[in-house]
Design a protein around this ligand. Sequence first.
Ligand SMILES: NC(=O)c1ccc[n+]([C@@H]2O[C@H](COP(=O)([O-])OP(=O)(O)OC[C@H]3O[C@@H](n4cnc5c(N)ncnc54)[C@H](OP(=O)(O)O)[C@@H]3O)[C@@H](O)[C@H]2O)c1
Length: 219
Amino acid sequence: MHIGVLGTGTVGRTLAQALVDRGHEVRMGARVAGNEKAVEWAGAGGPLASEGSFADAAAFAELVINATAGAASLEALEMAGAEQLAGKVLIDVANPLDMSKGMPPTLTVCNDDSLGESIQRAFADVRVVKTLNTVTASVMVAPQLVPGQHTIFVCGDDDVAKATARRLLEEFGWPSEAILDLGDITAARGVEMYLALWLRLWGATGSGVLNIGVRTPES
Ligand SMILES: NC(=O)c1ccc[n+]([C@@H]2O[C@H](COP(=O)([O-])OP(=O)(O)OC[C@H]3O[C@@H](n4cnc5c(N)ncnc54)[C@H](OP(=O)(O)O)[C@@H]3O)[C@@H](O)[C@H]2O)c1
């Protein structure tokens, strides 16, 4: 697939490389083409890797990944351009963290709304799937780093888009039974607000390479 990864941070570079390693053509996007981190990644990433602006990456892509700072994601997606994103699956891995008052961060949107929903509202014909935001970058693409059975959540309004996201998760090594569909995009509230707990789990265990597993008597 042609995949546009919006974001040059740890998550963008980790996902972009994992996708290239699995044979996808990836264009990494930044506010401006020629971003230092994106150029470095594309230079080392091989023939399937390229870089450009958010708009370049979105135009190139069949599927887009939002790996931008959550507080700025709407701005970044505006720069990508509604016409470039229209009709496409957008995998949103961002968390709307507000670091302006230091640690721990708060959320710029929560309770009865979420970043995932805000994106879906602002770009009504984009097929938004929220996933992977509940694990650190290395675990996103290598779930086996966390031993045992553990869970990755997906949510979104479009079932076909969620099936596409599920296939990518499986390419990253998430077993089918680890992928838990929480329903429509309003479930993004829960997985984004989980960040408050994730940060405390990180502090309590001393490791960001962690995840939770959901169990029922049937599972
Ligand atoms: N770090 C993790 O392990 C982890 C795990 C789960 C979820 N997440 C979420 O994944 C996302 C990416 O995280 P990250 O740590 O890789 O990177 P990040 O530092 O949170 O975000 C970097 C990206 O955001 C863009 N950006 C920043 N301010 C912007 C603005 N005002 N307007 C437009 N774009 C702006 C940057 O653009 P330029 O490239 O132009 O500088 C860059 O591409 C975040 O939402 C984070 O909460 C992170």
